[in-house]
Write a protein that binds this ligand. Structure first.
Ligand code: FAD
Length: 571
């Protein structure tokens, strides 16, 4: 411990003295005028935490640690305004609680943000001028709980207790070892439990099971005041609901209890091409309407869809890489011809039916389901493609695309993503203006070879818990998610162009009166969060919870929602 302490003191000497006093874009004048130097504060912190926690966390203040903690999947650069003063590596949950209490004890509390993998795209996991908590450090243990205890399956209870820092792919494998599986997923599994539960966690299973935040039994949370609380719908329901979809504002999730069901062994994976949006969305809606969808109702376990505009190979399709290609070269030529006839835009319905293993669906059942699907769905005839893969291979399919992009040096590039929710009744207006307008013009604009998948799929509002902090359209029974997931492989100018196109999508929606809600939201000012994202009623409730669980506005300031002190309007 003494050696560690000396190391820390040495690294503190290299701290730029102004970091903690650096103004945050959303910060109030009083927080930006703090004159305390970062070095002194970190020095004090280290001494305090060494006394107050059994195992003790570890700080790093070297350039590498700070650069990593201020970089994310979106920016791929270390933004100067996003730099923390230090990165904290907790050994136990108590270390995090002590850190938060230490911040609270100061006249000018410093920001603290949990960082999962930093898969955010707009600096949401940063703590400008403060301390980033490297959540992965919890899994490495130290003096606290063993790594195995941070991923524990109860076969009798049909749940898994997963540390907030755990990756969903590891949750999957731990559950499968007992023939069990969670029900609701994201398309990419190398995300943390705490990170996706702070947003919503959506994928093609959400229509049936709701987002991941609708599939949690219990949480361990450390609130902004440093209190360690176990909460659920039965006990501490307000905190439980606040944290789910809460953008990291109310507490740090250190454990989530996720319900499990018997796991299938395989997935029949289907891709069907469409030449118009109305046919695609009509079919998607029949598939997710488990009561009124007729012959198609409930036939698929996973329903998504995408818009194909550029046919540009790896970048365009990384999100959904099967072990072997869905299309032969001859198919690719036919698809290109179909796209030409359709004016340059095709749609793809992507679905899966699970079977085998501990599920109660057999291979013969699936054969029948697929027969009905191919007969009833209104895709372009001759453009149905089917593969049979393992359940794990299906759920973890994005990993293969990631590895290919990494090999090609195309993964660590800026990602100016735009994710939206919009009501069912406006999806065709959106398709006409954006898929057949803005996105096609993007290609016409040329340059750089970037691009990326464009997702479009519906969900049933009734599967979303209205008490959580997540913001989603509430007007209609069904709403759509659209994900424009771009990779700016050419860097600077391409990022600017893509951001301009994101803005163009926004202007189009505003002009056409299409109400859009951002998923994985990003706004620059509190006024925008209040008026545009939450709307008055929901904003008041969100701000009220903030005052209750993080009154010093310490947590996740990288989201740019609150600054210290909380604005009077939040009182
Ligand atoms: C390739 C890729 C594919 C994706 N696919 C999907 C998808 O299919 N569906 C979907 O819903 N999302 C998807 N996402 C988005 C993903 O859900 C978000 O990036 C999310 O933030 C999880 O990333 P993370 O675990 O790295 O969290 P981070 O980016 O590290 O953190 C995100 C936010 O949560 C806070 N936070 C992190 N951990 C905790 C914790 N334990 N307790 C409280 N707050 C915490 C952070 O402070 C920050 O504000 C994808 C992202 C990528 C990069």
């Amino acid at each position: 411990m003494a050696t560690l302490f000396l190391l820390l003191i040495n690294s503190i000497a290299t701290l730029p003295p102004t970091l903690l006093a650096a103004p945050h874009p959303a910060a109030s004048p009083s927080s930006s005028s703090s004159s305390t130097s970062a070095a002194v504060i970190i020095d004090e912190l280290i001494r305090e935490l060494a006394c107050t926690t059994a195992a003790g966390g570890r700080f790093r203040t070297d350039a590498d640690a700070l650069a990593l903690a201020s970089t994310d999947f979106g920016t791929n650069v270390s933004a100067p305004g996003a730099r923390p003063a230090a990165v904290f590596y907790p050994s136990t949950e108590a270390d995090i609680a002590a850190l938060l209490r230490a911040s609270n004890a100061r006249a000018s509390p410093f920001p603290v943000s949990a960082r999962g993998c930093g898969h955010s795209t707009r600096g949401q996991a940063t703590a400008p001028g403060g301390v980033v908590v490297d959540m992965a450090s919890l899994a490495r243990g130290g003096g606290g709980s063993s790594p195995a205890a941070r991923l524990a399956v109860s076969v009798d209870g049909r749940y898994v207790d997963a540390g907030g820092e755990q990756l969903w792919v590891d949750v999957l494998h731990a559950a499968l070892a007992h023939g069990l599986t969670p029900r609701s997923w994201t398309d990419y599994l190398h995300l943390t439990v705490g990170g996706t539960l702070s947003n919503a966690g959506i994928s093609g299973q959400a229509f049936r099971h709701g987002p991941q935040i609708s599939n949690v039994l219990e949480l361990d949370v450390i609130t902004g005041t440093g209190e360690m609380v176990t909460c659920s719908k039965d006990k501490g329901a307000d905190l439980f609901d606040a944290v789910l979809g809460g953008l990291g504002q109310f507490g740090i999730i250190t454990r989530a209890r996720i319900p499990l069901v018997p796991a299938p062994a395989r997935a029949r994976w289907v891709r069907l091409l469409y030449t118009d949006a109305a046919a695609l969305t009509g079919d998607q809606e029949r598939l997710i309407d488990e009561r009124g969808g007729g012959a198609l109702a409930g036939l698929m376990d996973y329903v998504e869809g995408s818009v194909l505009t550029d046919f540009q190979g790896l970048i365009g399709s990384w999100r959904s890489q099967p072990p072997s290609s869905f299309f032969s070269e001859a198919d690719a030529a036919r698809v290109a011809e179909l796209a030409k006839e359709a004016g340059g835009v095709l749609y793809c319905l992507e679905g899966a039916v699970y079977y085998g293993g501990a599920s109660d669906t057999s291979a013969a059942d699936v054969d029948k389901s697929v027969e009905v699907l191919l007969r009833e769905l209104r895709h372009a005839r001759g453009f149905a493609f089917v593969q049979d893969v393992s359940y794990v291979g299906f759920l973890d399919r994005v990993r293969a695309g990631e590895l290919k992009l990494r090999d090609a040096g195309l993964w660590d590039v800026p990602h100016p993503w735009l994710n939206l929710f919009l009501p069912r009744s406006r999806i065709l207006d959106f398709a006409a203006g954006v898929f057949h307008g803005v996105l096609l013009r993007r290609q016409g604009g040329g340059g750089g070879g970037g691009g990326g998948p464009v997702l479009v799929y519906p969900m049933n509002r009734g599967r979303w818990d209205a008490e959580t902090s997540a913001v989603f359209p509430r007007e209609e029974e069904v709403f759509y998610t659209v994900g424009i997931l771009r990779s700016a492989v050419a860097g600077g100018e391409e990022v600017r162009r893509m951001e301009e196109q994101n803005a163009e999508v926004g202007r189009f929606c505003a002009g056409a009166g299409i109400p859009c809600t951002q998923y994985l939201p990003h706004y620059a000012t509190q006024a925008e969060w209040a008026a545009t994202h939450f709307g008055p009623g929901r904003w008041d409730a969100f701000a009220q919870r903030k005052r209750k669980y993080d009154p010093s506005a310490i947590l996740s300031r990288g989201q740019r929602i609150f600054s210290h002190p909380l604005a009077p309007a939040c009182a």
